[in-house]
Design a protein around this ligand. Structure first.
Ligand SMILES: [Zn+2]
Length: 247
């Protein structure tokens, strides 16, 4: 516990997080909108930790203590002058997943959707006065953001407005929202095995362990009902909902 800040990043890489990304952030949103757990536990950045190099997620210069770092696997080959030219521009579903996971973390750690506590990396220097090295994640519009300037604070404000909405929505859910203790694999059409059986049982389907079109449709319908992105892919958010529902 004791985390008091959440900072949003892009990795500067492709849609699949690599080992360096996973060491640098507590979680990375992959190109499918899945939440990939980072190498370091969030608590590795908690106040009071020794913060030895390599033992925590070093995602924001001089501001890692108490700070959760979540990154969007994106922006490979991106140039500041023309972000859209990146071969891995952040997808809307990634920003959607960024917001859902941020809402989950804000609720779990009691972090407010306030510019001092939930902010993009690009906002750290202008808002908190902590010098960064020309970080521009995100000073360009991503996902649902309508602001069409390179003003990171205006973009951050739109992200926080959406975050606040999602936190409010989550606070009204009957089931407690807590990070799953054992991460479950991301399941999608073509997956098979015991995790698919568990999923099917939770959805009231015949548990044959094969994730086909019928399972996909049932997942998408469930996601729609529970206000998740209805992409038919079972990532952390969907697992947390499914497994939390019977607590
Ligand atoms: Zn960053």
């Amino acid at each position: 516990m004791g985390m008091n800040r959440l900072t949003w990043h892009h990795t500067g890489g492709g849609y699949v997080p690599n080992a360096i990304d996973l060491a640098a952030y507590h979680g990375v949103i992959d190109g499918d909108g899945g939440f990939v757990q980072g190498l370091h536990q969030i608590e590795a950045n908690a106040p009071g930790q020794a913060m030895r190099p390599g033992a925590y997620a070093a995602h924001t210069a001089r501001l890692n203590t108490g700070n959760i770092g979540i990154s969007v696997a994106s922006m490979a080959g991106g140039k500041w002058a023309d972000p859209r030219a990146s071969r891995a521009f952040p997808k809307p579903e990634q920003i959607d997943a960024l917001m859902n996971n941020s809402a989950r973390l804000c609720v779990a750690y009691g972090i407010a959707p306030d510019p001092r506590f939930t902010l993009t990396h690009a906002e750290v220097e202008p808002t908190l006065g902590v010098k960064q090295r020309q970080k521009w994640d995100f000073d360009y519009p991503v996902g649902f953001v309508k602001t069409n300037t390179r003003d990171p604070v205006a973009i951050g404000n739109e992200l926080r407005q959406e975050l606040a909405y999602r936190i409010k929505h989550m606070a009204n859910r009957p089931a407690p929202i807590a990070p799953a203790t054992a991460p479950r694999p991301i399941l999608r059409q073509g997956s098979h095995g015991n995790d698919v059986r568990l999923l099917q049982a939770k959805l009231g389907l015949e548990a044959d362990g094969i994730f086909g079109p019928e399972t996909r449709a049932a997942v998408a319908a469930y996601q729609k009902r529970t206000n998740l992105l209805p992409d038919g892919v079972v990532g952390t958010m969907t697992w947390d909902n499914l497994l939390g529902a019977d607590q």
